[in-house]
Design a protein around this ligand. Structure first.
Ligand SMILES: NC(=O)C1=CN([C@@H]2O[C@H](COP(=O)(O)OP(=O)(O)OC[C@H]3O[C@@H](n4cnc5c(N)ncnc54)[C@H](OP(=O)(O)O)[C@@H]3O)[C@@H](O)[C@H]2O)C=CC1
Ligand SMILES: O=C1O[C@H](COP(=O)(O)O)[C@@H](O)[C@H](O)[C@H]1O
Length: 510
């Protein structure tokens, strides 16, 4: 019996549910890595549990550990038990298990790719996949090219009109504009554009998709969504964690390339774009592209950018025990773990409204939000004392972890005086919906298997984002001093505070 037909989590009559993927094999390169363990394998299980995967689904792991399929299956099982969103059901697991295989090898090992091809063929036959394959590259960006070339070399990119082969590439796509173009040249020589899925998992988040619902399904926000009313926008992605065991990837990449180039600029694009004519991939991407093409960091980068590196504290006036002592980090590394930039969107709607983007590790708490701060009312018929605690009006889209939307405004404090104080009106997912949000990777993996592209950035978006960021990275690379230290658990270095103060603003403390 299929997972679908036994699944209590799925109501087959519900027309709003996304389609179910057809028979296929998903190959994950880098299955022993952090992302695969925490997100990808649990997402595959959750999809199976929700009835979104077909009975003929196969999962192949590729990594350099000398594992047998049982070892890999155990790894998937543990990852699922630890990180899946839905309850563990033995019958779902058993059915998934039948399609699980493991291929040990390194990316430059031709024999390993021959074994991979044989394994996929065996699964194609056993599971009736019709020769449909998705190759997920959850690997260091420096290995994207070699893996894609190996797929081609071993005939794994061949398709007919009856089957499909798709490649899923994790971010960051390149480390600057030139390398993104080089990588794209390799990828597009082997895959057609509609076969390439560049993942930016922020686009798979419910709350990020809700930004479009909030803006375009309602009448009341649009009239104030422009430079007549908005004074500035703050986009924050703060993480309380450090780099964990990911020094090999993170050191040399840093916060700006890791998340500003992709997640935060995508959030900016969704905040600033015009209404798309539909949510078809081409329309949505066209609007995002216009924003990214109009966005730039102002020229004075000493003033309008800031970078920092976390430390544990200070001793004798010097920072101690921080990022530089993490396992695998170059002790002289100038990689930033805090990055903040001002971006101006040079078009009629946003002229004069700075967008401030900040991303950092080892902040006081994990929070991602997009906050629009509004201008003050042109006239206040109150005394200055009445409005001492008024603050500025703000609309905050809380992306995570406390998902929802907050509106901040002034209200009269009960009593005989006309005293105004800042208050909040909150929408929270937990309180308003009984439906649970799928994890971003669940949605995105399903979209890959369905061949549904709107939530995947195009190469042009990737290039436009590098065009915005490259001058900043070049500016920082030319600096002789280290990124400014900040104590882990604080809201970042002084230069970040100064960056906003120069424009007369302060960072929100979410
Ligand atoms: N971790 C996260 O939270 C996120 C990560 N990403 C992106 O996902 C990708 C993977 O990240 P992450 O999982 O953190 O990285 P990890 O360093 O944790 O994992 C990398 C994986 O690649 C394998 N690998 C590396 N080199 C080779 C090689 N030469 N041959 C075979 N296998 C190899 C590793 O195998 P082995 O175990 O043998 O070393 C490991 O399985 C990156 O592009 C990253 O930007 C995106 C969003 C979030
Ligand atoms: O892309 C990345 O995102 C994670 C954070 O993801 P989130 O969904 O938990 O916000 C970040 O830790 C990692 O450095 C980065 O590569």
């Amino acid at each position: 019996m299929s997972i679908l037909s036994t699944n209590p989590l799925r109501d087959p009559q519900d027309r709003r549910l996304p389609q179910i993927a057809g028979p296929c094999v998903l190959v994950i390169f880098g299955v022993t890595g952090d992302l695969s363990r925490k997100k990808l394998m649990p997402a595959v299980y959750d999809l199976a549990n929700r009835g979104m995967l077909p009975p003929g689904f196969g999962l192949v792991g590729f990594a350099r550990r000398d594992w047998a399929t049982q070892d890999f299956a155990q790894q998937v099982h543990d990852a699922v038990k630890e990180n899946a969103r839905t309850e563990f059901r033995e019958e779902v697991w058993e059915q998934l298990l039948e399609g699980i295989r493991f291929v040990p090898g390194t990316f430059d090992d031709d024999d390993a790719f021959i074994r991979l091809r044989d394994t996929i063929q065996e699964l194609d036959n056993a599971r009736g996949t019709g020769g449909n394959h998705a190759f997920y590259l959850s690997i260091p960006p420096s290995s994207f090219e070699i893996v894609v070339s190996q797929l081609k070399r071993h005939g794994l990119t061949e398709r007919t009109e009856h089957n499909w082969n798709r490649v899923v590439i994790e971010k960051p796509f390149g480390h600057d504009l030139a390398s993104a173009r080089d990588l794209n040249e390799v990828v597009s020589s082997l895959f057609d554009p509609h076969e390439v899925f560049r993942i930016d998992h922020y686009l798979g988040k419910e709350t990020v998709q809700n930004m479009m619902a909030l803006r375009f399904a309602n009448q009341m926000f649009e009239p104030i969504w422009n430079n007549h009313y908005v004074s500035h926008v703050q986009i924050t992605m703060a993480e309380d964690i450090g780099i964990g065991g990911r020094a090999g990837y993170y050191d040399g990449i840093g916060a700006a390339r890791d998340v500003i180039q992709n997640h935060l600029l995508q959030l900016l694009a969704l905040t600033a774009m015009e209404e798309p004519t539909s949510f078809e991939a081409s329309q949505l991407r066209a609007e995002k592209k216009k924003v990214l093409a109009a966005a730039r960091v102002p020229e004075n980068m000493d003033l309008h950018t800031a970078r920092g590196q976390y430390c544990a504290g200070w001793q004798g006036g010097r920072p101690v025990k921080g990022y530089l002592e993490e396992d695998g980090v170059d002790p002289a590394s100038n990689t930033e773990t805090y990055a903040a930039i001002r971006v101006d969107v040079e078009n009629r709607r946003w002229a004069g409204v700075p967008f401030y983007l900040r991303a950092a590790k080892r902040m006081p708490r994990r929070v991602t939000e997009v906050a629009l701060s509004f201008k003050r009312a042109p006239h206040l018929p109150f005394t200055a004392t009445d409005t001492e605690d008024l603050g500025v009006n703000a609309l905050v889209m809380r992306i995570q972890p406390d998902e929802g939307v907050t509106l901040r405004f002034g209200a009269k404090v009960p009593g005989t005086q006309m005293e105004i104080r800042e208050v909040s009106m909150d929408f929270g997912y937990g309180g308003s919906f009984t439906e649970s949000s799928p994890e971003a990777y669940e949605r995105l993996i399903l979209d890959v298997l369905l061949g549904d592209p709107p939530l995947f950035p195009l190469q042009e978006e990737v290039e436009l984002s590098w065009k915005i960021l490259d001058p900043v990275i070049e500016h920082w690379a030319a600096q002789t001093e280290q990124p400014q230290p900040y104590v882990a658990g604080s809201w970042g270095p002084q230069c970040g505070i100064d960056m906003l103060a120069a424009d007369g603003f302060t960072w929100r403390r979410p």
